[in-house]
Design a protein around this ligand. Structure first.
Ligand code: IVH
Length: 677
């Protein structure tokens, strides 16, 4: 049966509405109406309709939750209102001091508080323009965050559009803030899956949430069990709230997920009772929390109190005490990390601390062991605080028998027997052999990982075998692996060997930022790698750059600059890079963003379009700009080159003016397009 266009449009609309409703019922109300299989069937039907009829694929369609094509790097965006941090209190007196402090400032002690669990996840901001989700950012440094819109869209409890059922008028601009988390059981399932796939496991749900959110490929994020709770707002135009809890009620109606444990308008005495209750229920909650957040409920009072540089005066985190237990140190071993640093680790008599079995604790370095006088056989107090790796707080000296043995760091690397070096100004010892297998295996795992060369089929186990069997001594050797060598390895079928060679070939072309990231240089993550690539454009320019050139890049700190410069100054490293290139690695040339001839044209320039246009529709303008090699972003940031302001341009125009960005009208845009496309 052939459906008419109109019937297809109606079906798409029906499926979009139904999927949105079922999603809400499942993730916000915890009350599903249909089975997962039914949901998946409806989703795949809608996907196939939208694929054939792209016009029906609206920005708020639930199909947008499956992820978008991968990005090369993250853009950044300024927060309209800085995303602040919270002052921490640990004891009752810290909170009483807080209450007294603000009572004095407000000249009344009649203050009501709203208290919330302090969720242990990742802070994000979601921006809704005229009811539609248009931008999602991480907290970043509080002033500027990374744009993670495609990733946020995959989180089922993030509304793609504000709920039309809200009885309030949809605000023209609504920025909300919240914490992205992973539930404990989902976290365990995720790690189990990763173990089976021989991938590194996440240390805790918070790291898993952070790692999942910072994926350049949103399809990876879509497969991660992320959830969100909203706890505040940024810039809002069109609604005025009188209190923090009124804001929660309103946000709930717009379809946001609000934590059910929030207690509204309570006195300071009730705060303490609630804190004790929350602490008791902590281990029964499906997600991890590390304390309570206390906020002055009246927004008038909040404004009166104002903010300090990094935190508001009207809120405080009341942290739970870290959980401590005593146990015995059975032995002390030394681990060698990817960067060669030696870390002494205490092997403990397993002990349950706050519901988690702990059998190892870091001892940091030799100085720490000496300072605390830690010996093998000692009874010690061990602390586990949220995401922190368990550590030894102190030795219970009264329990010493005299049989304890003191420990000293080895003279040579415990893995390769190579020489060690003490890092200047630090207590850490480092193995100086860059081909030390301990470092090499980790370095290569990082090198071939998804954010690096992304080589399929080269899992942790295989990398271990390749290094152990001396087939791989350096990054370069990966690209000269032969099928015959591989199939001669233990339990390696011919077909698998051929597949690996194919996968290596398939991945040997790489962008400059990914290449830099893959090298695993100290202090150099994806965003630093992107900044370096953007600045230097070509590998040869990086090799020739001096320390000042790296240190002068906005967003690159002194440690990163020094590490990158040292890396590219090492003849051994240059040799390996040259061998890689000889072995077929191809570094794609990235587009230049500024400088030189590119100033005269549109290639690489970043545009933001805002306001009403008359000559062109926005989508036409966008297409033409993209055809001319320009990029069109949805939000203004310091990286924007031009803001095209139509009639009635609003907050984007103001922001562009504050940032000193070139502002043009659509006539000037048309002239530019004519000249350069
Ligand atoms: S309010 C100005 N509420 O804690 C107010 N933060 O240390 C700042 N967090 O970056 C945030 N649960 O990631 C607030 N109920 C809650 C929270 C919460 C967790 C995190 C958030 C923030 C950090 C501040």
């Amino acid at each position: 049966m052939n459906l008419t266009d109109n019937e297809i449009a109606k079906e798409a609309e029906y499926l979009q509405k139904e999927l949105t409703r079922h999603n809400y019922k499942y993730h916000l109300l915890d009350d599903p109406e249909i089975s997962d299989a039914e949901y998946d069937r409806m989703m795949s039907r809608l996907l196939s309709i939208e694929e054939k009829h792209p016009l029906l694929s609206t920005p708020d369609s639930p199909t947008k939750r499956v992820g978008a094509p991968p990005l090369e790097s993250f853009e950044t965006a300024l927060h309209s209102v800085p995303m602040l941090s919270l002052d921490n209190g640990f004891k009752e007196s810290d909170i009483i001091d807080f209450h007294n402090r603000i009572s004095k400032l407000l000249k009344t002690d009649d203050i009501l508080y709203t208290v919330e669990p302090k969720l242990d996840g990742v802070a994000v901001e979601l921006k809704y323009e005229n009811g539609m989700l248009t931008l999602a950012t991480t907290r970043g440094d509080g002033i500027t965050g990374e744009v993670i819109t495609d990733n946020a869209r995959t989180i089922r409890s993030v509304p793609l559009a504000l709920s039309p059922d809200a009885d309030a008028i949809v605000p023209s601009l609504l920025e909300v803030r919240g914490e992205v988390i992973i539930n404990r059981t989902d976290f365990e399932k995720l790690n189990k899956k990763r173990l089976n796939l021989e991938k590194d496991i996440f240390a805790n749900p918070r790291n898993a949430a952070a790692g999942s959110l910072r994926q350049l490929n949103s399809r990876v994020t879509a497969a991660r069990p992320l959830e969100i709770f909203i706890y505040g707002t940024g810039l809002v135009t069109g609604i005025d709230y009188a209190s923090h809890c009124e804001m929660f009620h309103s946000l709930k109606k717009f379809g946001f997920r609000i934590n059910p444990l929030i207690k509204e308008k309570i006195s300071i005495d009730e705060v303490f009772a609630n804190y004790r209750e929350l602490e008791k229920s902590r281990d029964d909650l499906p997600y991890e929390i590390d304390g309570m957040v206390i906020k002055v409920d009246s927004l008038k009072y909040q404004h009166e109190l104002g903010v300090k540089k990094r935190s508001p005066r009207w809120a405080m985190a009341y942290k739970f005490p870290a959980v401590q237990e005593s146990t015995k140190i059975n032995d002390i071993i030394v681990q060698v990390g990817r960067t060669g640093i030696l870390t002494p680790v205490a092997l403990l008599e397993p002990v349950s601390i706050g519901g988690v079995t702990v059998s190892r604790a870091t001892l940091h370095n030799e100085d720490e062991i000496e300072k605390k006088d830690i010996r093998i056989g000692d009874n010690v107090l061990v602390v586990r605080a949220g995401d922190v790796i368990p550590k030894v707080v102190k030795v219970i000296k009264s329990k010493r028998t005299g049989a304890e043995k003191s420990f000293s760091m080895p003279e040579t690397c415990p893995v390769c027997s190579g020489g060690l070096r003490r890092i200047k100004g630090e207590a850490a010892l480092k193995c100086i052999n860059a081909s030390c297998p301990a470092q090499l295996k980790r370095r290569i795992n990082h090198f071939v990982s998804r954010a690096g060369f992304d080589i399929d089929g080269l899992g942790t186990k295989l990398v271990g075998k390749l290094v152990d069997s001396s087939l791989v001594h350096s990054f370069a050797d990966i690209f000269s692996l032969k099928k015959e060598e591989l199939s001669a390895m233990d339990r390696m079928a011919d077909k698998s060997a051929a597949n690996i060679v194919k996968a290596v070939e398939k991945s040997n072309s790489i962008s400059l930022p990914r290449f830099i990231f893959a090298l695993g240089i100290d202090h150099t993550g994806e965003s630093a790698a992107s900044l370096i690539a953007e600045k230097f454009h070509l590998l040869d320019n990086i090799k020739a750059a001096d320390l000042e050139a790296f240190a002068g890049i906005d967003g690159i700190g002194p440690k990163t600059a020094a590490a990158v410069h040292a890396f590219f100054s090492s003849p051994e490293n240059i040799l390996i890079i040259d061998q890689m290139l000889e072995n077929g690695v191809n570094i794609e040339v990235s587009k230049k963003r500024d400088g030189g001839d590119s100033k005269k044209e549109l290639r690489g320039k970043r545009f933001v379009l805002t306001g009403r246009m008359e000559l062109l529709t926005r989508s036409q303008a966008k297409k033409m700009l993209e055809n001319a090699g320009a990029k069109v972003a949805s939000s203004v940031s310091s990286k924007t080159d031009f803001l095209v302001a139509g009639e009635a341009a609003g907050s984007k125009l103001t922001k562009a003016q504050t940032l000193g960005i070139t502002i043009i009208d659509e006539h000037a845009l048309a002239a530019l397009l004519k000249k350069y496309s």
